[in-house]
Unconditional design. Structure first.
Length: 134
């Protein structure tokens, strides 16, 4: 917010006066909406993907693979798990981003209300570009 304060030393007391202590934690719930499903998917998907890659893709057992082969399998499993994580966390990322959805005019709406008003296809807007970041 331009013009609010020039330094952090000016902004902190101003935020505390304007919004109280909860003003410092407004970004926590949107962060959790994204990070908790992302982390759960990462843990659930990564190890299972490693097992499946060794079972169906790699022609020899894990114990017979050298370190560089194991590194390739770990990298591939991490990328595949990252794709699933992006699928799970992308709608939560777009709920907080008002700029994509021009019909949401007021920023004071709570996140659950915004999420209910949006079409599920709109929540996956720009999802294809996200794979570049994975």
């Amino acid at each position: 917010m331009p013009g609010y304060a020039d330094t952090l030393r000016q902004a902190v007391p101003k935020m505390y006066i304007d919004e109280g202590l909860t003003g410092f934690y407004k970004g926590l719930v949107p962060l959790w909406m994204r990070q908790i499903p992302y982390t759960m998917m990462k843990f659930a998907c990564f190890e299972r993907t490693v097992e499946l890659l060794y079972k169906y893709v790699v022609p020899k057992p894990r114990s017979e693979c050298n370190k560089s082969e194991q590194l390739v399998v770990t990298f591939a499993a991490g990328y595949i798990a990252g794709v699933f994580c992006a699928i799970v966390s992308h709608p939560a990322d777009t709920v907080g981003f008002v700029g994509i959805f021009p019909f949401v005019k007021r920023r004071k709406k709570n996140l659950i209300d915004k999420s209910q008003r949006k079409n599920i296809l709109l929540q996956f807007t720009y999802f294809d570009k996200r794979f570049i970041y994975i």
